[in-house]
Design a protein around this ligand. Structure first.
Ligand code: NAP
Length: 288
């Protein structure tokens, strides 16, 4: 039976480290990290994430300020807002809350955030640093997956890692992170599924990460004995939240498996705070 890989204990440990560092930096510089969240319009689902971000930041001594623009805001207004946050020396990091109203081009806004203030690690310059294996600000969910994998103590050198899903926020950056650790990395996507070879790839995975958003996509008997299974998927099935992996069957074969909910989720917001602290250090410590 697999060991349950819960996100909370790992998140708590990282949060303790962030909190201590924030306190000591405050003593040294008299300043605290400040995360600015830009929300355009209102959205019930993003309110839940907002609350989690506010609570996490508060517990760590990170100042969290929410700037709301009305749902009718224009692209130009939103761009002006980002430019002004970039110029504001008191702002350590910026996050654009998604989704945005249809008249707003979110990607253009993210690309406008100063790379060293990019709390979500989604600016092309920061993604480029991931490609080079030298990241400071990496995409939060991909970092959360890596932290979960590394918490098992596995040596990734030469391991077969398979990622299902090639999105920009999870699969692509994580594949580069695992590659930088010398894992032999395979990335599966829609065409892998359409060709009917997804089981064949999954079966060889010693480290399996699934980030698709389709309940029951990965059958339990595809999972290799002893594998580390990170299930990023969030799906609502009959009022229950489940992942993309058939948890019950997979946990009979895996060595480690994340629960859904309670696996990747609790770590993602922590990684946002870790990036905020990193951004603060980039701006305020001269040696960096
Ligand atoms: P996304 O942008 O929709 O990407 C999904 C990926 O899955 C795409 O690369 C897609 O390929 C691929 N895919 C679709 N059907 C497939 C199939 N049958 N076989 C293999 N690959 C297939 O989604 P995302 O933003 O990465 O999120 C993925 C899941 O993770 C969602 O359930 C989301 O809610 C969850 N999530 C959780 C957290 C967390 O903190 N826990 C954070 C982020 C996301 P194509 O692009 O080629 O179609």
């Amino acid at each position: 039976m697999a060991e349950l890989l819960k996100g909370k204990p790992i998140a708590d440990k990282i949060k303790e480290e962030i909190k201590n560092e924030v306190e000591s930096l405050k003593k040294d510089t008299g300043l605290s990290p400040r995360l600015m969240a830009l929300q355009i319009g209102e959205n019930a689902s993003s309110e839940v994430y907002l609350k989690a971000q506010v609570n996490t930041a508060q517990g760590l001594g990170i100042e969290y300020i929410l700037k709301r623009l009305p749902k009718e805001a224009t692209q130009k207004q939103a761009e002006e807002e980002i430019i002004s946050l970039n110029k504001d020396k008191s702002v350590s990091a910026v996050i654009l809350q998604l989704p945005v109203p249809p008249q707003i081009d979110a990607k253009k806004l993210v690309n406008l955030i100063e790379p060293a203030k990019d709390a979500e690690g989604m600016h092309p310059q920061n993604l480029g640093q991931v490609l080079l294996g030298k990241w400071k600000l990496a995409p939060c969910t991909a970092s959360a997956c890596l932290a979960l994998i590394e918490s098992t103590g596995v040596n990734l050198y030469g391991k077969e890692a398979v990622i299902v899903g090639h999105s920009e926020i999870v699969g692509k950056p994580l594949s580069l992170m695992l590659l930088s650790k010398f894992a032999t990395t395979t990335v599966c996507h829609i065409a892998t599924g359409e060709r009917g070879v997804l089981p064949e790839h999954v079966k060889k995975a010693e480290v399996l990460v699934v980030a698709v958003g389709k309940a029951g996509l990965i059958k339990g008997d595809w999972v290799k004995e002893g594998a580390i299974v990170i299930d990023v998927g969030i799906n609502k099935v009959a009022d229950k939240i489940v992942g993309d992996v058939d948890f019950e069957e997979a946990s009979k074969r895996a060595g480690f498996i994340t629960p859904v909910p309670g696996g990747v989720g609790p770590l993602t917001t922590t990684m946002l705070m870790k990036n905020t602290l990193e951004a603060f250090k980039i701006h305020n410590l001269k040696s960096r």
